[in-house]
Design a protein around this ligand. Structure first.
Ligand code: HPA
Length: 276
């Protein structure tokens, strides 16, 4: 089945579970799964209930859509995402984001764990994504254009919304969180980078590196939806510190600092709820 047909089919199933038109859509990265308390969940749909929907193979990534009331704002969220390194194509990876936006959400908030390339970053820092480099991963827009979503050759000069960024910065100030900012570079993973690769990414202007997010942001930009991206810096990238990287360490920091990011995301959503 082609992507357009699968989207239509999956949308029908997801729409039946939607109790409202969501104001915002959210992708919960590592460590952020807990932002939505079970008591706030109005309905949910496991990815496995959707036809041919890509399933997460990573431990600690729960796979479901959640409809919830967060800070009084109707939201839809993906708890768990799939990655290119799991063997999925970019279009498959962004299908969940496209479905959430097809429900009518006018803002997309993307979160992830990332390695810090900028030497001023420390583990636990939160980085506002100002722009991204997606040149090392296949575009999610490859293939027949789905013209009901957007144009064939979409502009990518303003993927990350300045209005949402201003809201994020104001919310961080209010919560006394120091919000860093920078350019996110996506790799396919699953391996972490070599020090030489990190030096190259640094020379290219990247501040942080990770294995998600840019393709999702591109899918949203294609649809004309405002995007906010927040990276939780879990470790200095390879060669920035001499310590070898491991997934358990990354998950631990994500979990520890997850509460701060959760608080920030909640505050942002409350603010987004006030804007039309
Ligand atoms: N590299 C790539 N992805 C990551 C990293 C990293 O250092 N840390 C968390 N996700």
């Amino acid at each position: 089945m082609d992507e357009k047909t699968l989207l239509k089919l999956n949308f029908k199933t997801l729409k039946m579970k939607a109790p409202f038109i969501p104001k915002a859509a959210l992708v919960l990265g590592s460590g952020l799964g807990g932002i939505i308390g079970e008591e706030n969940i109005i309905s949910q749909l496991d990815y496995s209930e959707l036809d041919s929907f890509p399933l997460s193979t990573v431990e600690g990534h729960r796979g479901r859509f959640i409809f919830a009331d967060l800070a009084g704002v109707p939201i839809v969220a993906m708890q768990g995402r799939v990655h290119i390194y799991e063997g999925y194509g970019s279009a498959e990876v962004v299908r969940g984001v496209r479905l959430m936006l097809m429900l009518g959400a006018s803002a997309l908030i993307l979160t992830n764990a990332a390695g810090g390339i900028d030497k001023a970053f420390s583990p636990g820092d939160i980085m506002l994504i100002t722009d991204h480099i997606s040149s090392f991963v296949p575009s999610p827009l490859i293939g027949e254009n789905i013209s009901s979503l957007g144009t064939r050759f979409p502009d990518m000069s303003r993927v990350y919304s300045s209005k949402l960024s201003e809201i994020a910065l104001a919310c961080a100030r209010r919560l006394n969180i120091e919000l860093k900012s920078g350019v996110y570079l996506q790799t396919t993973g699953p391996n972490y980078e070599t020090p030489a690769e990190i030096r190259m990414y640094s020379a290219l202007g990247a501040s942080a590196v990770g294995m998600s997010t840019a393709v999702e942001a591109m899918a949203a930009a294609h649809m004309g939806v405002s995007v906010l991206g927040l990276s939780l810096i879990t470790n200095p990238a390879a060669g920035i510190s001499s310590v070898p990287l491991n997934h358990e360490e990354v998950q631990l920091v994500a979990k520890e600092a997850g509460d701060t990011l959760s608080a920030l995301v909640k505050e942002i959503i409350a603010e987004v709820g006030k804007n039309d």
